[in-house]
Design a protein around this ligand. Structure first.
Ligand code: GAL
Length: 432
């Protein structure tokens, strides 16, 4: 197990070095930092970007448990729409810098969370870990991703997988594509066949979904070691292998349909049989599968099917959503009550089957994770690991912003050489 995490840990280790742990209270739950009883309202403001179909279902399930266990507290859903937090994270920065943090916010384990820690924005949660014996239930290597100098700064609720190829079996059949393509070359051939039939070969959403696609094509083309090496200091982004990966990205993008507003409408094109393929994280499973009040209520293997993104079988391109306690939270006790639910087996087993993710806890009820989620649990325990770029594991937020800018420029000019140079410059400026 330890070996599996090493690559991902190495990616963020540089971010850990030289970072002084920030103060922050170790005050037990129920006690305000200044020792006084807080007269604040009972509102507990929880910030995420889980507003849309599929996304909101998991949060609602965990909220229900929170409300039952804490009748005196009021859950205030401060979610800001926009998949991958593309809008939420910018607003969060404004709130944090303005000294108006929410009581708890969602941050990705890995380099993204290290940024908040480094900026001194989070409280140390080690005492909560001790109180609830959480070190025994979370994988040690995941805890490393959310720690600095042995202090732990967030509560991971799940493990998501970025590298999933979602496809419509009937559209593939109609195009004469025998099954999910296993390599980038097979993928390009399959896209061509679908195009010849007049269907959308590959659906895409807003700009961040293109970066999501890019990380998948890079992993599929470079392999796990080559991909992971890119995020270490001194990595060679100018290498011919990277050029080859970006050329493949260009070819694949040439089969993309019209960009949809976000990931949900792009995924829906597959479920509705308008498009053959979509490369998206496994939150799409919650959306496809959940009943129509939140999801699409589709039937797996018939309306939609899945496989590892081409060229990535045997690797889990991972990310983890985690909740924090920002310094200066108005309702610190309420936030701790929320974190306890997020950390609990009950909370995780309510949240994850709806969210399309597997639990971060090792002792969750495996019987609840069936269908796609059964495959995910199995792969998680045996696959190699690579950290997601778009979802905060491999690169810091400033680095991701620089990558997204390059992807945005690429969409205008479609210039692979310029994209490669831009990505190389972004790495030089941001790798630590
Ligand atoms: C990711 C997040 C997932 C999911 C996805 C789409 O960044 O970790 O939980 O919400 O964005 O919005």
């Amino acid at each position: 197990m330890r070996r599996r995490w090493l690559a991902a840990v190495a990616i963020t280790m540089a971010g850990l070095l030289g970072v002084t742990a920030c103060g922050g209270g170790n005050t037990p739950a129920g006690q305000a930092t200044d020792g006084a009883t807080k007269a604040a309202s009972s509102d507990v403001e929880v910030f995420s970007w889980w507003t849309g179909p599929g996304e909101a279902d998991g949060l609602a399930a965990m909220r229900k448990i929170f409300e039952t266990q804490n009748p005196n507290l009021k859950f205030l859903d401060a979610a800001v729409a926009g998949g991958s937090g593309d809008k939420a994270k910018a607003l969060l920065q404004t709130k944090l810098q303005g000294g108006e943090p929410p009581d708890s916010f969602q941050g990705h384990a890995g380099a993204e969370l290290q940024g908040y820690i480094k900026a001194g924005q989070l409280e140390d949660l080690t005492s909560l870990y001790d109180e609830l014996k959480l070190k025994d239930v979370f994988p040690a290597q995941l805890v490393e991703q959310i720690s600095v100098d042995g202090k732990i700064y967030s509560v991971p609720v799940n493990i998501h997988r970025s590298n999933v190829l979602w496809f419509n079996p009937a559209v593939l059949k109609e195009a004469g594509v025998a099954g999910a393509p296993k390599t980038i070359e097979e993928f390009i051939a399959a896209l061509g066949k679908v195009k010849a039939k007049g269907k959308i070969p590959l659906s895409i959403g807003s700009e961040w979904t293109v970066t999501h696609l890019l990380e998948n094509v890079m992993l599929g083309s470079l392999g796990t070691d080559g991909y992971n090496a890119l995020f270490k200091p001194g990595a060679n982004w100018a290498a011919p292998e990277v050029t080859k990966a970006l050329e493949s990205f260009k070819t694949i993008m040439s089969f993309a349909g019209d960009p949809q507003d976000d990931w949900q409408p792009a995924a829906k094109q597959v479920a509705d049989g308008q498009a053959a393929f979509n490369i998206m994280g496994d939150w799409a499973y919650g959306y496809f599968h959940n009943p129509p009040d939140g999801g699409l209520g589709k039937t797996s293997k018939t309306d939609f099917d899945w496989a590892p993104a081409p060229g990535t079988e045997g690797t889990y391109l991972w990310l983890s959503d985690s909740f924090t306690l920002p310094k200066g939270a108005k309702n610190r006790e309420g936030a701790l009550a929320w974190l306890k639910v997020a950390a609990s087996k009950e909370g995780q087993d309510a949240f994850n089957p709806k969210k399309g993710s597997i639990p971060a806890r090792k002792d969750a009820d495996a019987a609840l994770y069936t269908d796609y989620l059964g495959d995910a649990l199995k792969d998680w325990s045996g696959n190699k690991l690579a950290g997601s770029v778009q979802h905060g594991v491999a690169v810091s937020q400033p680095w991701l912003t620089a990558i997204n800018e390059q992807v945005g420029l690429y969409l205008g000019k479609q210039d692979v050489a310029a994209l490669q140079k831009g990505l190389a410059d972004a790495a030089t400026a941001n790798a630590q």
